[in-house]
Design a binder for this molecule. Structure first.
Ligand SMILES: [Ca+2]
Length: 489
């Protein structure tokens, strides 16, 4: 293993790393926390509704990236690209059932890089998508089972079996919970008793705490993935009680069902939801209640994160552990009538929370408005820990931004979507000022352009506005270059 003491000294105000081949006790650990389907609806990101004190404190202690984007608004492709430094198209992972090793057996994943360099790599909860865990990545915690069946793609760990406090109504046609269709289940949320001890996410935190205790004297890469607030939003009842649903505001473009606004391409909105309110309208009352459930579930994830961080502190590990918090993609909570992330090339669907806390980091306490993407996390963590990532990487290290969050950085983010898992439905590019998406090759199925500062809710599509023709041309070039790059071997 190689260290880069000069570089690390630049990042870490008072370097805690020994030079040369250090003793194991001097290597930086990584605690990588993931929340499933959590958009940046957090206090630290300016949400007036969220109650997330632990994540707010974490963000204040490190660098909060305000413009971080996923590569694909769906669990498996997003996570796979982040962990493999390849975009979903290059990885061949454009859906929830694809597994990158089928086509690329020799790729070294992010945890695997650490494992190859003497770290204990530990998995608890959902890191890869359910049913596609990657055994070579982990020293402990990998799931050898492979789920190839239709539909049921949850992590198959017994700890993840959900306890349903208020199951949906049974009907004559579907007398048992198991017989309800996905659509029938899609309008529910789940309240748990106590602190939610019965739920897999609670046990996920338990396992993280156990790993910390057992591996505290070794260099570790611990990945802890909560499956909430993924549908159905779930939390102990007391977390729901923090809000009065009647007082929760709806988004300005709320609609009872997925709705293509005037002037938008039809391809921009899938006609049917994928997570919540599948195939049926949501009333305003139901929408407010569902948003409350999402907030409660997010608040519970915050609380669970606090449990893990408290143990880290108790063991005295924070000073030598890089902490990362990430949501795997965004989420539309009724914006344009959509209750899902699937297919969303909107800001709400693609923007993610991303916080990184290098111990004694030079820019800790600051925020960064530069455009970053999940592909960048791998080379960033590798550089921070002095490891050499594979040569063929697509991401770029964010260490310059961790030194100076206002450093020059002219790199856009790209998010793609595929309906069939094979071909690209759309490509979006995000610059600091604009979001632009093309549907179909050369935008044959339409395009969207938003001025994000002037129109943060993306209410007006500027793609065909003559005043923005030059801007569109420039952004279209980014998209075309990106599409061309994907065609290269
Ligand atoms: Ca997800």
């Amino acid at each position: 293993m190689r260290f880069r003491p000069l570089l690390l000294s630049a990042i870490l105000g008072s370097c805690v790393i020994a030079t040369g081949v250090a003793a194991d006790t001097n290597r930086l650990n990584v605690l990588f926390l993931i929340s499933d389907d959590l958009r940046p609806e957090l206090g630290c990101y300016g949400s007036q509704l969220a109650k997330t004190p632990n994540l707010d404190a974490l963000a204040a202690s490190g660098v909060r990236f305000d413009r971080a984007y996923c590569q694909f608004p769906l669990c498996n492709p997003s996570r796979s690209s982040m962990l493999n430094i390849r975009s979903p198209t290059v990885a061949g992972v454009l859906g929830n059932r694809a597994y990158f090793r089928d086509a690329h057996p020799d790729w070294v994943t992010l945890p695997q890089l650490f494992k190859n360099n003497g770290y204990a790599t530990l998995r608890t909860g959902k890191i890869y998508h359910g049913g596609t865990d990657d055994l070579p990545s982990w020293t402990e915690g990998g799931d050898p089972r492979r789920n190839t069946g239709e539909g049921a793609l949850r992590v198959l760990d017994p700890d993840d079996i959900m306890f349903i406090q208020n199951p949906p109504k049974k009907t004559k046609a579907a007398p048992d919970e198991a017989e309800l269709t996905q659509a029938q289940r899609s309008d529910r949320w789940i309240m748990l008793e106590g602190d939610g001890e019965s739920h897999g996410d609670y046990k996920c935190a338990d396992r993280a705490i156990d790993f910390l205790r057992r591996y505290q004297d070794k260099p570790f890469f611990l990945a802890c993935g909560f499956v909430k607030p993924h549908s159905p939003p779930t939390a102990p009842k007391k977390f729901f009680d923090k809000w009065d649903a009647d007082k929760i505001p709806l988004p300005p473009d709320f609609a009872p069902r997925p709705t293509v606004p005037p002037g938008f391409p039809t391809a921009a909105i899938r006609p049917k939801n994928a997570d919540l309110f599948i195939g049926r309208d949501a009333s305003e009352k139901e929408a407010r209640e569902m948003i409350r459930a999402y907030l409660a579930s997010s608040a519970w994830v915050d609380w669970l994160t606090g449990r893990v961080l408290a143990e880290l502190d108790k063991l005295g590990l924070r000073e030598k552990t890089i902490i990362v918090f990430w949501g795997d993609h965004g989420y539309q909570l009724g914006e344009k009538g959509k209750w899902s992330k699937a297919g969303s090339l909107f800001e709400a669907g693609d923007r993610v929370p991303f916080i990184i806390v290098p111990p004694k980091g030079k820019a800790n306490g600051q925020t960064c408005e530069r455009i970053v993407q999940a592909l960048d996390f791998y080379p960033t963590l590798a550089e921070l820990c002095g490891l050499t990532p594979p040569k063929e990487i697509e991401g770029r290290s964010l260490v310059p931004l961790l030194n100076n969050p206002r450093a020059e950085w002219n790199h856009p983010a790209f998010t793609v979507w595929s309906e069939d898992g094979k071909t690209l439905h759309g490509i979006a590019v995000r610059t600091e000022k604009y979001r632009y998406a093309e549907f179909g090759e050369r935008a044959k199925n339409g395009a969207m352009l938003f001025d994000e500062a002037a129109d943060p809710h993306e209410m007006k599509n500027l793609a065909d506005d003559p005043k923005f023709a030059g801007t569109r041309k420039e952004l279209s070039r980014w998209v075309n270059d990106y599409r061309t790059s994907l065609a290269q071997p």
